[in-house]
Ligand binder design. Structure first.
Ligand code: HEC
Length: 144
């Protein structure tokens, strides 16, 4: 059983690595990894909101703090207009830099407004934060 579990974990890790396997540019890889971290932290809030994870204020607080850091890290991670065939970043980012960074700040503010002691606040917060992801992706990421 234990061995099967470890194989499973190894497979998951391999497929995660594969998703970025073709990315050659280190700056593009770094900003994709940052977004991957955003996704993982959001999963804690999302799973809590829908009851797939038991409500744990400490875990929510940790995810919240990480997401605030993630949002603050977006401008530096995207500053260089680095490209890669695997990148989904649109050139509009660097043509509208102030708006792009404002949208990262919007995400940070939405995350900061979540009250970690209230499940209801996590649920409302998920929607508010999700809108800030969408607002940026719609303009600055391909196929959104
Ligand atoms: C300020 C703009 C901005 C905000 C806010 C933002 N993103 Fe992104 N995100 C991007 C851009 C641009 C890309 C494409 C990066 C690339 O491919 O080079 C991206 C890519 C991604 C990816 C794909 C990463 C990969 O492996 O290729 C995920 C997942 C993601 N974002 C999730 C989120 C979630 C969830 C939120 C909200 C909590 C969010 N993002 C908020 C701009 C943003």
């Amino acid at each position: 059983m234990k061995i099967r579990y470890l194989t499973f974990v190894a497979l998951i890790a391999a497929s995660a690595a594969l998703a970025h396997g073709g990315v050659k540019d280190p700056q593009v890889k770094a900003r994709m990894d940052l977004m991957g971290s955003v996704k993982n932290n959001m999963a804690v809030l999302g799973d809590t909101a829908k009851g797939a994870l038991a409500f744990d204020p400490d875990a929510v607080e940790q995810a919240k703090a990480a997401l605030i850091e993630n949002a603050a890290a977006i401008p530096a991670a995207f500053k260089s207009p680095a490209t890669d065939p695997k990148s989904e970043a649109l050139p509009a980012i660097w043509q509208n830099w102030d708006d792009f960074t404002a949208k990262a700040a919007d995400m940070g503010r939405a995350v900061a407004s979540v009250n970690v002691d209230s499940l209801e606040s996590v649920q409302t917060g998920m929607r508010t934060i999700g809108q800030t992801c969408g607002a940026c992706h719609k303009l600055y990421r391909m196929d959104n």
